[in-house]
Design a protein around this ligand. Sequence first.
Ligand code: 2NL
Length: 348
Amino acid sequence: MDLQAKLAELKHNGLKEIKAAEGMDAVKKIKVSLLGKKGPITNVLRGMKDLAPEERPQVGKMANILRDELTKAIDAKTKELEAALLQQKLASEAIDVTLPGTQVTEGNPHIITQVITQIEELFLGMGFQVVDGPEIEEDHYNFEMLNLPKDHPARDMQDTFYITPNILMRTQTSPVQARTMEKHDFTKGPLKMISPGKVYRRDNDDATHSHQFHQVEGLVIDKHITMADLKGTLALVAQTVFGAERKIRLRPSYFPFTEPSCEVDVSCFKCGGAGCAVCKQTGWIEVLGAGMVHPNVLKMAGVDPEVYGGFAFGLGPDRFAMLKYGVDDIRQFYLNDVRFLKQFAQKG
Ligand code: 2NL
């Protein structure tokens, strides 16, 4: 067979082989076998020395053309296979956006947090500041500055977690108010604040007692503050939490840090005041304690009781939440049982 016929056959078979190749590896093998150093084209080019000199350019040209043709065919096949592989990959990795998503469990604010937030928003709207403070307190701020000296019998009313003789877990959030009052510059204007937070008592836990619970205390100090300011403010608290129709009434009481002091009842949100099981047939529910700031408390914070006066109150968000949502055991708030907590998820 002459060389030209051999080259034609090489072309025919080579193209056929390339066309039939079934994968990248096969193409690579074919490339080596056809175009490599030991391949037939190299062989032809090597055999040129045996040809007559006039034949050489012609055969050389044909061999080069054939090599280019086969190279092109291999490149085209490679591209074709790559495209097919990419299609395969895209198909296998495709995301079906119509499939339902994985359900993510959503949390909700704790019911106590919800009550506190509601009260905070009311007071922020009236220009009060919301102030935080330490839960581990000094005896001085927790008791002394609130008119409860070391030998005061009222200290027995509050069994306290002591850390050292002078450091304790705060039993109320009033120390935050004492700290703020002490720092306040009254030449710049009145002090209007609330201090929400967690407080601690040495108590045995039962349905109505918890060694940890919450308090929101409020304090206003200015010239010419009266008990009418107190009553108006607390009526808004009662109406915000228990409903716009609520009324409040004040009964005389005693706290060491206020004088006069009072306990505050809200008209029953269940029966509207007619008498039912919730209000024990009285029409009223006790919800907080309050009073006019004791002159000793003002003095100890460096405020002149001859010029300034104010009102203060303390309320329990735990008690508010129990009343409002009919929770009969305060311990529910601290068990973190999701089945309990998620009942209070706000919809939307
Ligand atoms: C309650 C109700 C109350 C206060 C807290 C207070 C704070 C300062 C000055 C005066 Cl800095 N008073 N707080 C006042 C009255 C009641 O809490 O049942 N407490 C045992």
